[in-house]
Design a protein around this ligand. Structure first.
Ligand code: GDP
Ligand code: ZN
Length: 354
């Protein structure tokens, strides 16, 4: 397999050079489940695990490989398995704070060149949320591009475009109708050979529809397995880093989809920053503002500084957020189960083919 087809370029080649001289191989991760990774390599697709040394030296999960990473490998020929020795420097990375630990960063996807921030023109139109995504993209090292989708059902397209352009500044803003297939060609500058993209945006804005358009087929059903021989052809394998017919690559992981939730959470904080400021003064860090001692929020309610109605709205929003989080968590858990099942199936197939 030709590595350029998977996004290999001078940046990675330069960083790989010392390893190449030592006789190491290289691959890009297209799927991860716990400790097992699946890689695109010059020798075809290989399952891999991180070396003991890499795991030992990792100071947190950000030091472990993630989907999109280019990794230095040793291939154990007898087993057709690889050991990951190093992660090549990332051009960009998307991360989130891990649940339950304060500062630990978890990498959700790496080496994305362009992040499509998808916005639905039908409803769900929140410039503030778009702003959040743009900040997130910039922090990651990827270039954001805003996609205004569902142009076919918008009656105030120009107005909305202006609003977004004010937020987006120098970021390109594209208008399309994924369902109709209109405007899809506007994405072509970003999905050429070796370029990696990913999509974020609230659920229902049309991300899957866009991905299907880009793939030109129903996602993941007809991707060939290019093993270098004919046997693997037309085998269905689950993958989260896919090749597009245009030569580009797309990363679609549950983790990237989950990022939308974090953005919403941040949105809530902004709208109620007066209450958040009070809450910061509560004695307990996780104060529920019920009957805890030293609660600054209750104090403000009692002395009239904070209107009961406003606090009620805040509560309602919080509850909606919690329900949303629970729904999304369930969905993530379901998706994860499905992922594991498919991974095991593809590993089984992989083993059978040998
Ligand atoms: P996702 O949750 O972001 O992946 O959104 P989907 O791709 O599943 O789309 C959600 C709904 O919006 C589906 O019913 C799509 O058919 C519809 N949709 C997607 N793109 C368009 C579009 O350009 N115009 C219209 N009218 N509907 C669309
Ligand atoms: Zn409190």
């Amino acid at each position: 397999m030709n590595l350029e087809a998977f996004g290999w370029n001078e940046f990675f080649a330069e960083n790989f050079e010392p390893f190449r001289r030592e006789g190491y191989g290289v691959g890009r991760i297209f799927l991860q489940h716990n400790k097992i990774y699946m890689l695109y390599t010059e020798e075809g697709e290989l399952p891999a695990e991180a070396s003991g040394r890499l795991r030992y030296l990792a100071t947190g999960s950000a030091d472990l490989p993630a989907v999109g990473d280019w990794v230095v490998i040793r291939v154990r020929d007898t087993e057709r398995k690889a050991t990951i020795q190093e992660i090549l420097p990332r051009k960009s990375k998307f991360s989130r704070k891990m649940v339950g630990s304060r500062d630990e960063e978890q990498i959700v996807a790496a080496n994305i060149d362009t992040l499509f921030v998808v916005v639905g023109l039908d409803n769900d139109f929140n410039p503030r949320r778009i702003e959040r995504y743009l900040i997130m993209a910039r922090e990651s090292g990827a270039h954001p591009v805003v996609i205004l989708n569902k142009a076919d059902v918008s009656d105030d397209l120009e107005e909305k475009r202006r609003v977004v352009e004010r937020v987006a500044l120098e970021v390109p803003v594209l208008v399309l109708s994924a369902k109709q297939g209109e405007g899809i060609e506007e994405l072509s500058p970003y999905i050429g050979a070796g370029q990696t993209v990913s999509l974020v945006g609230s659920s229902g804005v049309g991300k899957s529809t866009i991905i299907n358009r880009l793939l030109g087929v129903e996602k993941q059903k007809t991707q060939d397995v290019r093993t270098g021989d004919e046997r693997g052809k037309h085998t269905t394998t689950h993958r989260e880093l896919l090749q597009l017919p245009t030569g580009g690559l797309i990363i679609d992981t549950p983790g990237m989809r989950e990022l939308q939730l974090l953005v919403r959470d941040q949105g809530l904080r902004d709208t109620f920053d007066d209450i958040e400021a009070l809450a910061a003064l509560c004695y307990f860090r996780d104060c529920g503002h019920e009957s805890e001692p030293g609660c600054a929020v209750r104090a403000a309610l009692e002395n009239g500084e904070l209107a009961a109605e406003r606090f009620g709205n805040y509560r309602k929003m919080q509850e909606e957020m919690a329900q949303l989080a629970a729904r999304q968590n369930r969905r993530v858990v379901e998706a994860e189960k499905e992922r594991v099942k498919k991974l095991h199936q593809s590993l089984k197939k992989f083993n059978k083919r040998r």
